[in-house]
Write a protein that binds this ligand. Sequence first.
Ligand code: ZN
Length: 328
Amino acid sequence: MRFGRSILLLVGACVLTAPRATGAAELTCSSSATLEALVACIRDHMPGRSSGRFVAPSPMEMDAWRSAVGAMMYGACSFALPSSLWPFAQVRPFRDADNGRQYCLLLETADWNGDGVVDRGFGAFIVDAFAERELSHQVSHPIADAGTEMQAVTVFKRTRSRTFVLAGAHRDAIPDEQGFQGFSTSSDVARNAATMFHTTHVAITSYYGWKPWWAVQWHGMAEDTCESVDVHLSHGVDTAPAAGDKILELRKNLLAHQPTWRIGVPGSRVCALNATTNVQGRLLNGPPPSWSFGIPAATSSRRFVHIEQHPWVRDADRWIAAVLATWP
Ligand SMILES: [Zn+2]
């Protein structure tokens, strides 16, 4: 074991040193004291709009990322990342200075050309091992859906939810191209399954299996989109929610605190942003996998909660009470 590990380190060291230019940096955000500061720091180091800087992960890197996420879901945080990842990424505990709670963080860190932007756009994943809610707060469009990254991380923290998933690049970092065998190479993680964001979502989905959990995806729409609502909730399908549905509960609980908000759901015909092409939604709404034979379909669907918002409602403080009441 010891011998094998030194060989691995030696090989890794060569990989690390060979292609590095002077000025190579590691963007670890290690001076961020709170989750909010950490997420702002990660966002500020990610490839921006039309930067041309998104690099699609290889299948081997996605496998390694999936296994790291899986280990973190089971509470591990002090393990070595697989060799395909550790020159680019880091896993480490993170203590939030506000609430004193410890989290586990996986993030891309490599900046080999030292320009202050990570090289690939992998993104980040955070787990609270002592969470009280099986919710995954997901931000697929950082920078573009301005404010959603800060809103979602504060909701994650103050509702003591299990996970937070952050895409690693602006959705339009590179033009959408059809790459090898027609697969999208887009940095828009809501449309491209070959991303670390979707890989994280897959790993979380398989961790839960048939157990109840929800993926809550926080988006922002332009002021002149769906003008007759402030918020539009859906499950990534066009059909109207039935009585007892979580998005109806969330709407009711939001209105209890924000009575002036106009909140749409599918079927009301006021907004068509139902996220039916969202790949994370499709994974959860798709036909149940073979292992779930005999489990009623209702337990494996409607786990995806897609939230579209106008700019002025993207405020964590105005959502927290409703999220707590909807998932008590
Ligand atoms: Zn969005």
